[in-house]
Every structure is written in C-alpha cells, then in structure tokens.
Design a protein around this ligand. Structure first.
Ligand code: HEC
Length: 147
C-alpha cells in the first residue's frame, strides 16, 4: 500500500514538468502551424515570414523582443504568459539557428507580461522600425512583402 502511494505521488509530482515540456510544441501545432507550417518556413509570398535561420535576430534587441509579443498570432493566441514564453523559446530553439544572438536570453513569463503591456502600435509598422535598428547592427531580418 505504501509503495502504491509512493508511486502515485511520484507520478503526480513529475507530471507538471512533463506537461510543460509538451506544451510548447503542442501549442505550436495548435496555434501556429496553420500559418508558419511544421518546418517554420511560413509562406513569405503571402506575408508569413520564414523563421529558418532568421527569426533569432529579433531576440537581439529589446524592441525586437517586444515586436515578437505583438505579432497577431502571438498576442491573439489566448495562451498564458508562461505558455507564450515557452512557445517563443521553442521557435528560437528550433529555427533561429545561427541568427540567434550570441548573448541570447530565453523569454520568461515576467518578460512576456511586461512586453505585452507595451503599446507598439501597428505591428507591421513596428517591424519596419525594428528592422532599421537591426540593420544598424549589421543584422538582416527575413524578407517581408507587406507594403
Ligand atoms: C493567421 C496566421 C498566423 C498564425 C496563426 C500565427 N502567425 Fe506568426 N506571423 C504571421 C504573420 C502574417 C506574421 C508577420 C508579422 C506581421 O505582419 O505582424 C507573423 C510573424 C511572426 C513572427 C515574427 C517573424 C518575422 O520575421 O517577423 C513570429 C516569431 C511569429 N509570427 C510567431 C508565431 C507564433 C509563436 C504563433 C503561434 C502562437 C503564430 N506566430 C501564429 C501569421 C501568423
């Protein structure tokens, strides 16, 4: 009986960690794949940027990090701050490749809450501003067909 209790307890206490591991890729499939596709390549001709070896540049600048929180798919995702942090870290880990900045710090729920609260205005316009600042650092973002 004691053993069973111990096993049940162990199962319950290890659950949240496993659930958190699953959440980011599951949430990506549920909330993001429809536009960004399973390989992160998006559909640039339709305005959905390619993540592969490019999306990491945004993590280099505070403005870039704020931009990521305000793309429509993220801000409108109805995910919690912790889930958003996880799914953005998943995007970075999976697709940023060499575009990830040298001193990259992963997103935390607290940073997500803070950046979400910022008013960046129109995300398309804001991306242009971020891209100009990245250029000054010698960094290029993915092609973007929006006018
Ligand atoms: C309905 C389609 C759609 C869905 C769903 C969607 N996105 Fe996006 N995403 C876009 C578009 C379009 C852009 C271009 C940004 C803009 O115009 O604001 C973008 C931009 C991005 C970018 C920045 C890439 C860049 O180069 O500008 C990231 C990161 C991102 N999305 C992550 C996500 C994540 C994570 C999810 C799921 C939680 C998600 N998106 C869901 C359409 C979508």
């Amino acid at each position: 009986m004691k053993l069973i209790t111990a096993l049940v307890f162990a199962a319950i206490t290890t659950l949240p960690a496993q659930a958190a591991d699953r959440a980011a890729d599951t949430n990506f499939v549920l909330k993001c794949v429809g536009c960004h596709l399973t390989d992160g390549s998006g559909l640039p001709s339709a305005g959905i940027p390619d993540f592969v070896d490019q999306v990491g540049v945004f993590a280099a600048l505070p403005e870039g990090r704020a931009y990521l929180l305000h793309v429509p798919g993220v801000i409108g995702s109805s995910l919690s701050d912790a889930e958003i942090a996880d799914v953005l870290n998943y995007v970075m880990d999976t697709w940023a490749g060499p575009s990830l900045p040298e001193h990259y710090t992963p997103f935390t729920p607290a940073e997500v809450a803070e950046l979400k609260a910022q008013n960046v205005g129109n995300a398309v316009k804001y991306r242009r501003l971020v891209v100009e600042r990245l250029k000054l650092l010698g960094l290029d973002a993915a092609d973007y067909p929006w006018p």
